[in-house]
Design a protein around this ligand. Sequence first.
Ligand SMILES: Cc1cc2nc3c(=O)[nH]c(=O)nc-3n(C[C@H](O)[C@H](O)[C@H](O)COP(=O)(O)OP(=O)(O)OC[C@H]3O[C@@H](n4cnc5c(N)ncnc54)[C@H](O)[C@@H]3O)c2cc1C
Length: 428
Amino acid sequence: MNFDFRSELSRRRLLGAGVALSGLALVGCASTSSGPSIGRVVIVGGGFGGATTARYLKLWGGNVDVTLVDRNPEFISCPISNLVLGGHKQMADITRGYGGLKALGVRVVQGEVTAIDAAGRKVRLANGTELPFDRLVLSPGIDFMMDGIGGLAAGIDSGRITHAWKAGPQTVALRRQLEAMPDGGVFALSIPKVPYRCPPGPYERACMVASYVKVAKPRAKVLVLDANPEITSKKGLFEKAFKDHYAGIIEYRANNELKSIDGTTAKLEFDDVKADVLNVIPPQRAGDIAAKAGLVNMNNRWVGVNWLTMESTAAPGVHVLGDATFPAPLMPKSGHMANQHAKVAAAAIIQLLKGEAVNPTPVVMNTCYSFVTARDVVHVASVHQFDATEKTFKTVPGSGGVSSAANQVEGRYALSWAENIWSDMLAL
Ligand SMILES: Cc1cc2nc3c(=O)[nH]c(=O)nc-3n(C[C@H](O)[C@H](O)[C@H](O)COP(=O)(O)OP(=O)(O)OC[C@H]3O[C@@H](n4cnc5c(N)ncnc54)[C@H](O)[C@@H]3O)c2cc1C
């Protein structure tokens, strides 16, 4: 099939612009950078939620004073990182700088935020710097709950076990372990019970690892040890991919919750699995700084939010986005969704700083692509509309759905999606 990649890219850029324009109409203001600042916003976390907020506060607010803090000097994307594990992409392909945001006038600070004083309206960094704010945005992503799995924290600290569920050095380490694994070796992937970030991500990872060993180590096995009773996203499509492309390589085991680790042996309830490479995706909760700030008020793991403004229900004036939030029904923890939360928050913050009403009917959407081979991709999509009675987002009946089959056109869409969302959030 002939495919014009550039026109597809333009088409999708236009779709991205459509989201921005609808948001512009939503806040009813043109971008303006003249006049006095309407307020100071500090954003903690320069990932999908935080970076997008910084960009859209500038795009829609113009004269908002925006400071973005992240511990890392560059953004490294989790989406597409499974392709690095499969050897189909390099780290440079998933790494982008903050230069676009700086050029828009965002003050980008590299540092670790160690404390939040919501009442005193300031954050403190590890180096002692204090940043005052009128409104705070927190999009810290996830941190791991290691305590319930004996030996996991020590295994990860020693470098013997990897999670690679935050892209960066862990991605590089896991790829190296995979390359060093003998032909005939066992790669075991442990998946926690839902909810975790990126529901289809583990199954995409199994496919990407298998796509590599199929060629480079054809006698190796990929064991998927899933704590859940079944594949949690795009089930039929992944089952078909496992069967069509990786029969004899991927073995999927449901209800296999990891209890403890000994070396690279995974200890399950009834069984031990000796692996050459053990990749553990630990159970997750809101990023540490949210807990330190006293914002974690849902199931002892997540932050409850007011969906019209994304303000924490524990601390007004503090807007929490992305994976750290207790999700609305059927709302996935995804980069795309964090990007959408950010647009709701940016629009609301501008209105609140101006003392005006926020949009009462926000709509957000999500598409998650998964590679099942280096080229064939499947997607799941959903649209979520705010319901004023129940004060939460609910999926719009008949919206969204999944691919009918894996295909290469969606493979190109998936790469365009990644380039476009990185451009959208980082002003590239
Ligand atoms: C393997 C994998 C594949 C994925 N694939 C997809 C996909 O295809 N599509 C999709 O939509 N989503 C995907 N996701 C999910 C996506 O990566 C997350 O949902 C998304 O990153 C959430 O955005 P966020 O802003 O909440 O957190 P993040 O993007 O993780 O950003 C959090 C940022 O906060 C910073 N930070 C945290 N605490 C502090 C602190 N105290 N001080 C300073 N900085 C701090 C971190 O350094 C980080 O940069 C995938 C995830 C994984 C692991």
